[in-house]
Write a protein that binds this ligand. Structure first.
Ligand code: SF4
Length: 385
C-alpha cells in the first residue's frame, strides 16, 4: 500500500463549517470551549474524500487510480472513486479557461477576528468567482441558497484575492455526489459585503465575548458539541412538548378531544427530528459519564444483547456436513456490488436485468421534491437507470 502525505488542517474558532451555529447561537462558542471533537467515521471519510479530490485537481489525475493507496494512513476505498470523480469532473468543467484554486486558505479577518477557512475549490474568471463546496455526506441535502458556510468562504476569497482578481459576482455551489445533488446560489459582491457588515461582524463580536445568549434550533444544534448537556436545548425541548400538550390537561371533554388533532400532529412533526436526536444524545452522554466511572443516579451500564456465532467456522462447517446439514448458502451479489466488480466498461450489460421495487410510503414535508406517493400506481417495478 503506497503512502501519500497529507498536511493536517488547522481550524478557526469561528470557522465557516460551524458558521450557522455561531451566527445564530453565540452562546455555543462559550459552551463548546474545551469540549473535544472526537471526530466520527463519517467525518474521517469526508476528510479522505476531500484529500483525494484535492490530489486529482492539483495533479490532473483521476480518483480510480488512487484506490487501494493510502492518504494520511487511510486507504482509498473503491466506492469512493466514482462520487469523487463526479465532483472532480464538475469542478474541471467550471474551471476550463479560468483560474482554479484548490483547497486554498482564505481569510475573512476584516469581519471575524482570526477568521479563516479552507475552500475546496475556487474558480475565478471574467468578474465571476465560483466557490465550490464538496459535501460527501449522504444524509441531509444542503442547499446553497444563503448558505452561511459558503458565504464565509466567498467573503474570504474576496478579502484574499480581490487585490489580484476582478470579482463582482459570486456563484456558490454545493456538490453532494453521493446524493447526485448540486445546488447553486448567485450573490453580488455588494450583497455579500452588506451581509458581512450587518450580520457577520456583530455576531462574531458577540460570539467571542463569552456570550450566554443561546438560541436552540434544529439546524443550529445539530452538530453542536454541547448538545447533549446544553440546558437551553433541554428547556427548548421540554417547552415544545409541554406547550403542545398543555391544553389536553383541560377537563372540558366536550371542547377538548382526547386524541390529537391533525393540526396538532402537523405542528409537532417538524420538531420531532430534533427531539429524537436530542434523546439519543442525552443517552449517549449518560453512557459516557458511566463509562468514565461517573455516577448517573438510577442508571448503570449493563451488557447489551449479542448474537451467537461460531467459535470456529471451519470446524462447524465440517461437523454440519458430517451431520448431513448443508452449512453454506449462496446468494447473487447486488446490482451495486456487480457494478463495482464489473467496472464502467461492462456495467452497461446488466442494466436490463436491474429493477427497483417501489419504496414503502415515507412521511416527508410538503416541500420535499419527490412526487406524492400514489397508492394506485400500476407500475410495480421500474428499471433503474
Ligand atoms: S446545543 Fe444548541 S442552544 Fe445549546 S449551545 Fe449548542 S447550538 Fe446553542
Amino acid at each position: 500500500m503506497q503512502q501519500l502525505e497529507l498536511i493536517p488542517l488547522a481550524h478557526a474558532k469561528l470557522s465557516p463549517s460551524s458558521a450557522h451555529r455561531w451566527l445564530h447561537c453565540p452562546g455555543s462558542v462559550t459552551l463548546e470551549a474545551g469540549m473535544v471533537d472526537e471526530g466520527s467515521e463519517f467525518a474521517k471519510e469526508g476528510t479522505l474524500a476531500h484529500a483525494l479530490a484535492e490530489r486529482c485537481l492539483i495533479y490532473g489525475t483521476d480518483p480510480p487510480s488512487y484506490v487501494g493507496h493510502a492518504i494520511d494512513g487511510a486507504e482509498v476505498p473503491a466506492d469512493m472513486a466514482k462520487p469523487v470523480a463526479d465532483y472532480v469532473d464538475y469542478v474541471r468543467s467550471i474551471a476550463e479557461g479560468n483560474t482554479l484554486l484548490v483547497e486554498q486558505r482564505v481569510e475573512f479577518t476584516h469581519w471575524v477576528p482570526d477568521g479563516f477557512g479552507t475552500s475546496d475549490a475556487v474558480v475565478i474568471g471574467n468578474g465571476l468567482c465560483h466557490v465550490i463546496d464538496l459535501k460527501f455526506g449522504q444524509g441531509v441535502r444542503v442547499d446553497a441558497h444563503r448558505n452561511e458556510q459558503a458565504m464565509l468562504y466567498a467573503l474570504g476569497v474576496w478579502q484574499t484575492y480581490s487585490p489580484l482578481y476582478e470579482i463582482d459576482t459570486f456563484v456558490l455551489h454545493i456538490h453532494m455526489p453521493r446524493l447526485d445533488y448540486v445546488s447553486e446560489y448567485t450573490i453580488t459582491v455588494r450583497e455579500l459585503l452588506n451581509w458581512a457588515a450587518d450580520v457577520v461582524r456583530p455576531a462574531a463580536q458577540k460570539a467571542l465575548s463569552n456570550s450566554v445568549d443561546f438560541k436552540p434550533g434544529e439546524k443550529t444544534c445539530r452538530w453542536c458539541k454541547a448538545r447533549s448537556s446544553c440546558r437551553a436545548l433541554a428547556r427548548f425541548n421540554y417547552e415544545l412538548t409541554s406547550s403542545r400538550f398543555d391544553e389536553l390537561d383541560e377537563p372540558l371533554e366536550v371542547k377538548v378531544p382526547h386524541t390529537l388533532t391533525v393540526d396538532e400532529i402537523a405542528a409537532l412533526l417538524p420538531r420531532l427530528p430534533l427531539l429524537v436526536q436530542w434523546a439519543k444524545d442525552v443517552e449517549e452522554h449518560a453512557s459516557s459519564v458511566l463509562s468514565a466511572g461517573g455516577v448517573v443516579p438510577g442508571f448503570k451500564l449493563v451488557e447489551g444483547r449479542s448474537l451467537r456465532q461460531w467459535a470456529d467456522e471451519e470446524r462447524a462447517a465440517n461437523l454440519l456436513l458430517t451431520l448431513g446439514c448443508e452449512p453454506y448458502t449462496q446468494k447473487v451479489i447486488s446490482p451495486s456490488q456487480a457494478e463495482k466488480a464489473l467496472g464502467k466498461a461492462k456495467a452497461g450489460q446488466i442494466v436490463d436485468l436491474v429493477v427497483k421495487p417501489r419504496g414503502k410510503p415515507s412521511l416527508a414535508p410538503e416541500h420535499d421534491p419527490r412526487p406524492v406517493y400514489n397508492e394506485s400506481a400500476t407500475v410495480l417495478f421500474e428499471v433503474e437507470k
